[in-house]
Write a protein that binds this ligand. Structure first.
Ligand code: ADP
Length: 351
């Protein structure tokens, strides 16, 4: 899962930052200490030389380096400075090498540790997703038999009219539940399965989605204008069709009669930029950051449609776009309309 890979990298960076700041601090202390020691022993040596207390060894070093020059205090001082500079360079180089080794080792170890830390969390989340998928799946069977028996009862002539009406409502509720379960199953499969990328034509995916929603648009006399060329991209055909269906469906749901939905596709370098704009009721700016959250609905009374939705559509749309390594954003103005902008890479890194 991409989110875990990103978290793993973030944890690794934190571990490495902590280790490297400690290591740099220690290196600084070591450097100051060693250079301080060298400086003070040089100073002592100079004092001893001045007092003429021997210093044969140093004298000899100076003579070996430059035999024609008389060893004076100045010559020795120059030699000390040279030696000090060399020691400084050597210590810095050793500390640098040590820090590079620590950086490499700590990055490797931190990445392994981060993986180990995240593994149980990853397992729990996988388990939860499996549970949602299994539970949704298990619910489908009794609901189907419930639906069949209600339908049989409604069709039978024996029941009084008011009971039949009640059963009709029950049937609508069962259909709504079925739709919710389908959406949950769809969402959980989007989250757990890797998308299957194939070469596809974006126009075909858009037109398939359009055909699915056309009858809904016609009911509200909403015109859908599609402006695209036959752009090719690597993508998952069924989930991209689902993405456009969700956006068209929302546009229709939140537009009044005779509204307009415009879908435009443009090619920009390696991306397709897709905009879906409607002349609907719009969304208050304060709700915009939440609309891609699961089960988030602004207010079901805002739509005149019989079905107000479960707040799952846009979270599915976001997941589909993320699975394609793309991005989705929204801007909106109350009573003017809403604009969704999607960026999809035309190529995918295949692993
Ligand atoms: P729902 O199934 O309730 O439509 P979505 O996840 O698709 O759920 O959308 C979340 C919320 O965002 C909706 O409840 C709706 O209020 C708002 N919304 C989505 N699309 C539009 C749109 N095109 N125009 C206005 N509001 C929208």
């Amino acid at each position: 899962m991409k989110v875990f890979e990103l978290t793993r990298i973030r944890i690794t960076i934190w571990y490495v930052l902590i280790i490297m700041s400690i290591s740099t601090m220690f290196s600084f202390v070591i450097y100051r200490g060693v250079i301080g020691n060298i400086e003070s022993s040089f100073r002592n040596a100079e004092v001893r030389f001045e007092k003429n207390e021997g210093m044969m060894a140093l004298r000899r070093v100076a003579e070996v380096k430059n035999p024609n020059v008389e060893v004076t205090k100045e010559v020795l001082h120059g030699l000390f400075l040279e030696e000090l500079e060399n020691s400084r360079k050597n210590i810095l180089l050793s500390l640098l090498i040590l820090n590079v080794v620590i950086l490499t080792l700590s990055t490797l170890v931190s990445y392994l540790l981060a993986s180990k830390t995240l593994l149980p969390i990853e397992e729990i989340i996988k388990e939860q997703k499996r549970f949602i998928a299994d539970a949704s799946h298990e619910l489908k069977t009794p609901l189907t038999s419930l639906k069949t028996s209600i339908e049989v009862s409604v069709r039978s002539g024996k029941l009084p009219k008011d009971i039949k009406k009640l059963l009709q409502y029950n049937l609508e509720d069962v259909d709504a539940l079925n739709e919710l379960i389908d959406k949950l199953l769809n969402l959980s499969s989007l989250e757990s399965k890797e998308p299957v990328f194939d070469n596809l034509d974006i126009k075909e995916a858009i037109e398939t989605a359009y055909r699915r929603v056309k009858y809904l648009a016609d009911e509200k006399k909403i015109s859908i204008n599609i402006n695209t060329k036959n752009y090719q991209l690597l993508g998952d055909a069924s989930s991209l069709t689902e993405l456009f269906t969700i956006l068209f469906d929302n546009g229709i749901k939140y537009c009044k009669q005779n509204g307009i939905i415009n879908l435009d596709v443009k090619l920009s370098k390696n991306h397709l930029v897709i905009t879906v704009e409607d002349t609907g009721i719009g969304i208050n700016k304060k709700y915009l950051p939440n609309i891609f959250d699961r089960f988030y609905r602004i207010d079901s009374s805002r739509t005149s449609s019989a079905k107000s939705g479960y707040g799952l559509g846009l979270s599915m749309a976001k997941k589909i776009v993320e699975n394609h390594n793309g991005s989705i954003s929204v801007s909106s103005e109350i009573a003017k309309g809403t604009l969704f902008t999607i960026k999809l890479p035309t190529k995918q890194k295949l692993v």
